[in-house]
Structure formats: C-alpha cells, structure tokens
Design a protein around this ligand. Structure first.
Ligand code: HEC
Length: 175
C-alpha cells in the first residue's frame, strides 16, 4: 500500500498548530528610572544610542518582541535568549550590580563587542541596524573604560571586604 504524502503534510500542519499552544512568557517588567544604566553610569550619548538600538531588545526590560517571537518554535528561542541576556547584563536594572560586578560587566561589554560576539549573529540577520561599525565599538569601549576609571576613583580606599550580597531571586519592583 502506498502512503499518501497528503497525510504527512496534514500531520505536520497539526504539529505546527499544536506547538503554538506553548507560548513562552514575553515579559517587560516595570522599569525604575533611577536603576537604569543611564541613571547609574555616565554613559555617553553615542554609547547610549548604540546600546538602545543594538542591545536593549535582549538586555533590558524594553524588549520589542518581534512578530516571529509569537511563532513557535522560534518564540521559544527568542524568549530563552532574552531571559539569558537579562540574567547576564540588564541595562534596565544596572543598580543591582555592586561596584565589583559593575566593573566586570563593563569589561565584558567592551570585550564582547570587540570580538563581534554581541549582538548575537542571529539577531543581526533580522536587524541590520544592530550591526556595529568600528566607530560604534570604539564608542562603547570608550564609555566602559571611562566608567571603570570612574568606579575605581570613587572606590574610596580599597574596599576589600565582601559587601552584603543581594540575591536576585526576588526582584523588587516598587511602584
Ligand atoms: C538577540 C539577543 C541579544 C542581543 C541583541 C545582545 N545580546 Fe548580549 N547576550 C545575549 C545572550 C543570550 C547572552 C548570554 C550568552 C550565554 O548564555 O552564553 C548574552 C550575553 C552577553 C554578555 C555576557 C557575556 C558573558 O560571557 O557572560 C555581554 C557582556 C553582552 N551580552 C553584551 C551585549 C551588548 C553590549 C549588546 C549590544 C551591543 C548585546 N549583548 C546584544 C543576547 C543578546
């Protein structure tokens, strides 16, 4: 008996429709202006513009969820990227980073853009405007380096003691 390929297509269509039932959470938690990278650091207008256009869809609470983030299985990958991205670096909640953490994040930000590892390649395919020029990379690193110097200068006499460590399990959003 020969199988009718029509049934294969119908089966596939059913699977494609069925997986749409599993929608990931696409959140944009509220932002406290005072906790943002703009409020917490002396970010240059140039660097700020680059971060806004090339990083914040993943590393902030200002994600513009694209149409394909509503279509499984891509939706799962996008939501996963955003969740991971926010857990690594969150420009909307920069205040959570103590001096040492902030310094490390700044160092990594420059490294990642210099390597061309950020923004993610998959994102750049869909968002041409997120590609960084050599000048963009320089603007980012000029900011991170200046900010790291500023942090070191305001450190006030080599603080070696471990400061109390806030766990990020329970985000506090007062409004
Ligand atoms: C499409 C989403 C997306 C965009 C856009 C994006 N990132 Fe990321 N970023 C991620 C993900 C996902 C991770 C976590 C990587 C991992 O889990 O290995 C990450 C990790 C990082 C890290 C931490 C690296 C580490 O090793 O811990 C830095 C720093 C970073 N990104 C900076 C940036 C900067 C700066 C931009 C903008 C120029 C940017 N990212 C744009 C998704 C993104």
């Amino acid at each position: 008996m020969k199988r009718n390929p029509k049934w294969l297509l119908i089966g596939l269509a059913i699977v494609v429709v069925a997986i749409q039932l599993y929608q990931p959470e696409r959140t944009n938690p509220p932002i406290e202006q005072a906790r943002t990278v703009e409020a917490q650091t002396e970010i240059s207008p140039a660097a700020s513009a680059i971060v806004n256009r090339a990083c914040k869809d993943c590393h902030s609470h200002q994600t513009r969820w694209p149409w394909y983030s509503f279509v499984a299985p891509v939706s799962w990958m996008v939501a996963d990227d955003v969740e991971h991205a926010r857990s690594h670096v969150n420009f909307s909640d920069w205040a959570q980073y103590e001096r040492k953490d902030a310094d490390h994040k700044l160092e990594e930000i420059c490294e990642e853009v210099e390597k061309g590892a950020m923004p993610l390649a998959s994102y750049q395919w869909m968002h041409a405007q997120a590609r960084l020029s050599e000048q963009d990379v320089q603007a980012i690193c000029a900011w991170t380096q200046a900010e790291r110097r500023r942090l070191a200068e305001t450190a006030g006499g080599g603080n070696t003691s471990e400061e109390s460590h806030d766990e990020e399990d329970s985000p506090t959003h007062s409004h």
